[in-house]
Design a protein around this ligand. Structure first.
Ligand SMILES: *Cc1c(COP(=O)(O)O)cnc(C)c1O
Length: 437
């Protein structure tokens, strides 16, 4: 076996990856769709967006879809639609971008962070249930890095306690949990479709639900142009207005937010969605190929559901590997990643999202100048959590590493990347010697 590149040997990755990592894939069809909106001057209209919503709802299999300028705003609207308000709590994973839960603070609520499962990296159902209290209003579940959360357990918990369930599907568009698409389990699904995500439409978000009242509340919160008396209410699926909020406050968004999607993005979204299933399938073949090549390598485990579970990783957004230092003589993950980088993949890094429960935003920030931290200033219970409170979530820096996100299934390229990881694991001994020397 050749010397590690970090010790002067030849790197395992010699091939030019070409467009293997390029995303989203944009063709003439995307360009034409965007230009049509641009030439028509219809950027601020809703006709294309309403078509995108209808197609999205049909694809995911829910009655209603509502488009947003960002995933952040779709989650904000979902929480408000679920009734989250001043003094309330939501339960959410701390291992996620701030936009997965911090909107609760702007609603006067707080976040009780739950532990995650060490191998799925998704919210731990048992810990969710432990954290439910008298002020808990909603559970937010993220399908982390595409891994479908344990929705059978979590929906049962939500039902048992009469809580609303919001799925954050930003990492997992099109992923399956035991054969059923994620985003269809919760009362509402909300998700980012910005350009880094699996389904990428520029900047945007989508909210989906089967519940007419939740849908109307979301409309009332930020889609003022669809409720305005002067502009005529036009529900995409027909039916009369049932929500009190809409009847009384038509024309002015209750959130004081403007939640209309830019139609350059919805036009792009319609084309991207049409090609998404086939592109997602190719990513799944490529990523499974990569991990199959590493099957049985000491120290490394795939972050993916068991093969025969009926669950999938969607488009494998932000893919991860799980590290077992004890199988490699205690080699620190930082050193492992440095060696992989030297083999020719400069993106290999340890860790994932910073655990939010330790961030000052959830401890001391006084956002509304109330003279008290925002997490308690609206009469919330003090559920602040310090270092050591969620050890699994806090330990990811030493346990999780990035792996290449292939967009095409090209065996000759994928094999070289897998070889880089395999080679470093096989030569962990020499890294340990150099480390101790
Ligand atoms: C990206 C992301 C968001 C925020 O979406 P934006 O479109 O960037 O506003 C929310 N939650 C998760 C899990 C995300 O990955």
């Amino acid at each position: 076996m050749t010397e590690l590149a970090i010790h002067g040997g030849p790197g395992a990755i010699t091939r030019d990856p070409g467009d293997m990592f390029h995303w989203p894939i944009v063709t003439r069809e995307d360009e034409e769709a965007v230009l049509e909106v641009l030439r028509r001057g219809a950027m601020s209209g809703t006709d294309v967006t309403i078509q995108f919503e209808a197609e999205y709802a049909a694809w995911i299999g829910r009655k209603y879809a509502l488009a947003y300028p960002s995933g952040t705003e779709s989650i904000r609207a979902a929480l408000w639609a679920c009734g989250v308000g001043a003094g309330d709590e939501i339960i959410a994973s701390p291992v996620v971008i701030w936009a997965g839960c911090s909107q609760a603070l702007a609603l006067g609520a707080t976040v009780s962070f739950c532990e995650i499962e060490p191998d799925t990296l998704c919210p731990d159902p048992a810990d969710i249930e432990r954290r439910i209290g008298p002020r808990t209003r909603a559970i937010v579940v993220v399908h982390y890095c595409g891994y479908p959360a344990d929705m059978n357990a979590i929906t049962a918990i939500a039902r048992r306690h009469g809580l609303r369930l919001v799925e954050d599907v930003s990492h997992a568009h099109g992923g399956l949990h035991r054969g059923r698409m994620v985003g269809t389990f919760g009362d509402v699904g909300a998700m980012s479709v910005m350009s880094a995500k699996g389904l990428a439409v520029g900047e945007g978000g989508m909210l989906v639900t089967d519940d007419r009242a939740l849908y109307e509340r979301a409309v009332a919160y930020g889609h003022y142009e669809r409720t305005g008396v002067a502009l005529r209410w036009s529900p995409p699926s027909g039916g009369s207005i049932t929500s009190e909020a809409l009847k009384v406050y038509a024309g002015v968004p209750l959130g004081t937010y403007k939640h209309r999607m830019n139609q350059l993005c919805s036009a792009l979204g319609r084309v991207q969605l049409r090609h998404y299933p086939e592109r997602m399938a190719e990513i799944q073949r490529a990523m499974n190929r990569f991990w199959d090549l590493l099957d049985g390598v000491p120290g490394l485990r795939a972050h993916r559901p068991p093969r025969d579970s009926g669950s999938t990783m969607g488009a494998w957004y932000f893919p991860a590997g799980l590290y077992r230092a004890d199988e490699l003589g205690g080699l620190p993950l930082e050193r492992f990643c440095a060696a992989v980088r030297a083999e020719g993949w400069p993106e290999c890094q340890p860790g994932r999202n910073f655990p939010l429960h330790l961030h000052p935003m959830f401890h001391t920030a006084d956002v509304f100048r109330q003279g008290a931290p925002t997490v308690v200033a609206f009469g919330q219970r003090d559920v602040r959590q310090g270092p050591g409170s969620l050890p699994v979530a806090e330990g990811l820096l030493g346990r999780v590493f990035s792996v290449p996100w292939f967009k095409h299934d090209r065996p000759e390229v994928i094999t070289q990347y897998a070889e880089a990881f395999r080679k470093v694991a096989a030569r962990a001994e020499s890294l340990l010697e150099a480390w101790h020397a």
